[in-house]
Ligand binder design. Structure first.
Ligand code: AR6
Length: 175
């Protein structure tokens, strides 16, 4: 019996997904940036940033720590919430895999608190933060499969063919 959520792979832009919660690969400032973070704020509108600013003021004056996650409204997006998480920057000298796994675990924990049943993830840390795609895909898939959650569907939304292939490879290897 499988206890984990159903994993679905989609190629595309995560801002178009109709799910309960979209996960944002943010940075600790929570004030936006490039990549998927920029796309989510652009598509979702200023309400998301306004709530991020309030969260900073009330809880995260020093920034949201790497590996943690926090939710805001999704503004104009076709989702109810955005869950912002801060991935680790890839390092050649230090193993930061557990921090990347923590992003997936913590996002699912926040999703459970919200009552979200469908959650879309990008490939966290594999863009500006430089994580090798194959390893990022392995950590994403392994961690979601190993996490106890009430989320029923986890949708990985992969921006390009290479990311889609890497995630396909990881899900193919599962028993
Ligand atoms: N939908 C889905 N995936 C996307 C989209 C999109 N619209 N846009 C990019 N990706 P990145 P990181 C993919 O750089 O590496 C930001 O400036 C992209 O191809 O967005 O965690 C933040 O503010 C890549 O595979 O996030 C931080 O400062 C993946 O999403 C920093 O970048 C993640 O790429 C975080 O870096």
């Amino acid at each position: 019996m499988s206890t984990g959520p159903t994993l679905t792979l989609v190629r595309g832009d995560i801002t178009h997904e109709h799910v309960d919660a979209i996960v944002n690969a943010a940075n600790s400032s929570l004030l936006g940036g490039g990549g998927v973070d920029g796309a989510i704020h652009r598509a979702g509108g200023p309400e998301i940033l306004a709530e991020c600013r309030r969260l900073r003021a009330s809880h995260y004056g020093r920034g949201l720590p790497t590996g943690r996650a926090v939710a805001t409204t999704a503004g104009r997006l076709a989702a109810r919430w955005v869950i912002h998480t801060v991935g680790p920057v890839w390092s050649r000298t230090e193993d930061r895999s557990d921090l990347l796994a923590s992003c997936y675990r913590e996002s699912l924990r926040v999703a459970d608190e919200l009552g979200a049943r469908t959650v879309a993830f990008p490939a966290i840390s594999t863009g500006v933060y430089g994580w090798p795609m194959d390893d990022g895909a392995r950590i994403a898939v392994e961690t979601v499969r190993a996490t106890r959650t009430s989320v029923e569907e986890v949708r990985f939304v992969l921006f390009d063919e290479r990311a889609h292939e890497a995630f396909t490879e990881q899900t193919r290897e599962l028993p």
